[in-house]
Design a binder for this molecule. Structure first.
Ligand code: TMP
Length: 220
């Protein structure tokens, strides 16, 4: 295994050690996040696992507002970006600047998919805010768990108490899925597109291979 200890000769752009995990509700991403962090740690990395919206005191408070109260699509978008800026300044960027890795459960691709496509605001509107909140900063690697909304729905239905986004009609989740797939098609080098209907062991193996490739690519 290679060592991921940052050396003086190895100055990576911030985004190189920032990995995000995305997918529609019920696609099963959460069960893989710990495994991603464990694999990085096995290479010697220090890893911060976090989520959006959330990850800070203010961000978690915004998450509560966001998930529990109906609001306009613009308000949703502005709230997640407010939480995001707080998260970047207090958690993500400091960790990356210390040479650590950050694995984040959702980021701006979620806003493009959910608010841009799902709510119909348009990707350009979301990208304009992204340009303000995190200019030039993106994950270098994004795992996208893709699943048909009707299958995802049966998985989510097993949970107790759906939040207001999970409870949206199937058409909404279809638009969200489409939004993610458009994004992934536009940036194939960044996205690792996963068929979330595959058995968990197959997904684990694909993720592990992609992570190892990423580590080699960034020279870690
Ligand atoms: P989670 O349950 O996967 O943590 O995500 C919380 C919910 O928030 C999920 O339904 C997706 C939604 N969401 C958005 O609508 N826009 C965003 O920008 C983010 C980050 C999440």
């Amino acid at each position: 295994m290679t060592s991921l200890e940052p050396g003086p000769d190895r100055v990576l752009p911030r985004g190189a050690r920032f990995i995000t995990v995305e997918g529609i509700d019920g696609a099963g991403k959460s069960s893989h996040i710990a495994a991603i962090a464990d694999r990085l740690r096995a290479h010697g990395a220090t890893v911060v696992v976090t989520r959006e919206p959330g990850g800070t005191t203010v961000g978690e408070a915004i998450r509560g507002l966001f998930l529990d109260h109906g609001m306009s699509p613009d308000t949703e978008t502005l709230l997640v970006f407010a939480a995001r800026r707080e998260h970047l300044e207090r958690v993500v960027w400091p960790a990356l600047d210390r040479g650590e890795w950050v694995v984040c459960d959702r980021f701006t691709d979620a806003t493009v998919a959910y608010q841009g496509h799902g709510r119909g605001l348009g990707a350009a509107r979301v990208d304009a805010l992204a340009e303000w909140v995190h200019p030039g900063f993106l994950p270098r690697l994004t795992f996208l768990f893709d699943l048909a909304p009707e299958v995802a729905r049966t998985r989510v239905a097993g949970r107790s108490g759906l939040d207001r986004i999970e409870a949206e009609a199937q058409g909404f989740h279809e638009r969200v899925r489409e939004g993610y797939l458009v994004r992934a098609a536009a940036e194939p080098a960044r996205f690792c597109l996963l068929d979330a209907a595959l058995p968990i062991e197959v997904l684990r193996e694909t993720i592990a291979r992609r992570l190892d490739r990423h580590l080699a690519e960034v020279g870690a």
